[in-house]
Design a protein around this ligand. Structure first.
Ligand code: SF4
Length: 376
C-alpha cells in the first residue's frame, strides 16, 4: 500500500492509487453483482424525465428529516439541568457519543454524560456488572453530586431492571447507600426525546419527593417552572428568572441548564456551573404550583405533580405578545400578584416597535389590533 508514516496522504488521494483502484474493481466485479452499466445509465436518464418528476411530486406520505430524536437524548438534557449531576446512560457507548455531540453541536459547549459501555456479552447476559463498575468509576472519577441513570435501546430490549441494578451496585459499594441515583427507563423505540425528558424529570422528582422519610408537603407561595427540551434555554431561562424577579415570585426552574450550557472554559475542570440544586429540587415539592413551558415535554410529570395537590399549568412556549400575555396572566392567577409596571411598559414599547416595523415594510401606518393594545 502507498501509505507510509513519513508522508500520510489524505483518503481522497489514497483511494485513487492503483492498489485501491484494483481492490474496488474486483469488489465490484466479484461481490456486488450490480446492474449492467446500460441499465444504470437508462435509470439515471429517466430520473431527469417529466414522468419521474410527476411521480416524485405526487408523493403524499413522506416526512423528510422529522425533528425527532430518541428518548435518552431528552433524558440526558433534563438530568444535566440539575447541579453537579452526571447522566449515566446504561447501554452502548455510541449512543452516548451521539447525545453529547448533539448537545455540544447545538450549544457550542462541552457537556458530560457517561455510559455503562455494554457490549455483546452484556447484551446476552445482562448489564449488571457494567452498572456496578460504571457507577463506581463515575463516582470516583467525576465526583458528581447526583448520578441520573437512564437506558438505551439495548438495555431495554434485554429488559435490564434499573432499580434492582442500582440497589445491587450500592450493595457492592459502587456508590454510598445514601447517594442520590434517580433513574428513568427511556426505551428509544417508544416516543421521542420529549418523552425521555418527561420520564427523567418525573424520575428525579419522584426520587426526592417520595423518598423514605421525606417530610410531608407543606404548601408555600413558590412556583416551579419546567422549561422542557428547549434549545434556547440559556437565554429563555434567564428571561424567565428576570420576569419572576420583577413579579417578586419565588420561583424554581426545575432542570435549569442556563449556566450549565454557558460554563466558561477557564482551564479548571468541573462538571458544569449552575443547575437546580438538590435542596431546591426537594423543596419544590412544597410549591404552590408548577408551570410547564412545553406541555408535550411533561405530561407524566405534570400528572405526577398534580397528584401531589399542586396546581399545574402548561403552555406551548409562550412566544409573541398574545401568548406572553397569557403566560403573565396565568402568573397573576396562580400567585395573586399584579403584573409589574416594568413589564407593562416593555409590552407597550414592543407593540409600538412592531407597529413601526410594519410601517417600514409596507410604507403605511400599521395599527395593531385593538386587543394587543389592551393593558395587561
Ligand atoms: S435509537 Fe437506540 S441505538 Fe440509536 S442512539 Fe438512541 S438509544 Fe442508541
Amino acid at each position: 500500500m502507498p501509505q507510509n508514516p513519513e508522508k500520510v496522504i489524505d483518503h481522497m488521494e489514497l483511494f485513487r492509487q492503483p492498489e485501491y483502484k484494483d481492490v474496488f474493481a474486483r469488489k465490484q466485479a466479484e461481490f456486488e453483482y450490480g446492474h449492467p452499466k446500460e441499465e444504470v445509465s437508462r435509470v439515471a436518464e429517466w430520473t431527469k424525465s417529466e414522468e419521474y418528476k410527476a411521480k416524485n411530486f405526487s408523493r403524499e406520505a413522506l416526512t423528510i428529516n422529522p425533528t425527532k430524536a430518541c428518548q435518552p437524548l431528552g433524558a440526558v438534557f433534563a438530568a444535566q439541568g440539575f447541579e453537579g449531576t452526571m447522566p449515566f446512560v446504561h447501554g452502548s457507548q455510541g449512543c452516548v457519543a451521539y447525545y453529547r455531540s448533539h448537545l455540544t453541536r447545538h450549544f457550542k459547549e462541552p457537556n458530560s454524560a457517561v455510559s455503562s459501555s455494554m457490549t455483546e456479552d452484556a447484551a446476552v447476559f445482562g448489564g449488571l456488572n457494567n452498572m456496578i463498575d460504571g457507577l463506581a468509576n463515575t463516582y470516583s472519577l467525576y465526583q458528581p453530586k447526583m448520578i441520573a441513570v437512564l437506558t438505551t435501546c439495548m438495555a431495554e430490549v434485554i429488559g435490564d431492571d434499573l432499580q434492582g441494578f442500582i440497589v445491587n451496585a450500592k450493595n457492592k459499594d459502587s456508590i454510598p447507600q445514601d447517594f442520590p441515583a434517580p433513574h428513568a427507563h427511556t426505551p428509544a423505540f417508544v416516543g421521542s426525546h420529549v418523552t425521555g425528558y418527561d420520564n427523567m424529570m418525573k424520575g428525579i422528582l419522584s426520587y426526592f419527593w417520595d423518598a423514605e422519610g421525606s417530610p410531608a408537603r407543606e404548601e408555600n407561595d413558590s412556583v416551579n417552572v419546567i422549561g422542557g427540551f428547549d434549545g434556547y434555554a440559556v437565554g429563555n431561562n434567564r428571561e424567565l428568572k428576570r420576569i419572576f424577579g420583577l413579579f417578586g415570585i419565588d420561583a424554581t426552574i426545575l432542570s435549569d441548564v442556563s449556566d450549565v450550557f454557558d460554563t466558561p472554559t477557564d482551564g479548571q475542570f468541573r462538571l458544569y456551573d449552575g443547575g437546580t440544586t438538590l435542596e431546591q429540587t426537594k423543596a419544590a415539592k412544597n410549591a404552590k404550583a408548577t408551570i410547564s413551558m412545553q406541555e408535550y415535554c411533561t405530561p407524566q410529570t405534570l400528572s405526577y405533580i398534580k397528584d401531589k395537590d399542586q396546581a399545574v399549568a402548561k403552555f406551548n412556549y409562550p412566544m409573541g405578545v398574545g401568548a406572553t400575555d397569557e403566560f403573565l396572566l396565568k402568573l397573576v392567577e396562580l400567585t395573586g400578584k399584579p403584573v409589574p409596571a416594568e413589564l407593562t411598559l416593555e409590552r407597550g414599547r414592543l407593540v409600538d416597535a412592531i407597529a413601526d416595523s410594519h410601517t417600514h415594510i409596507h410604507g403605511k401606518r400599521f395599527e395593531p389590533p385593538r386587543d394587543s393594545r389592551r393593558p395587561i
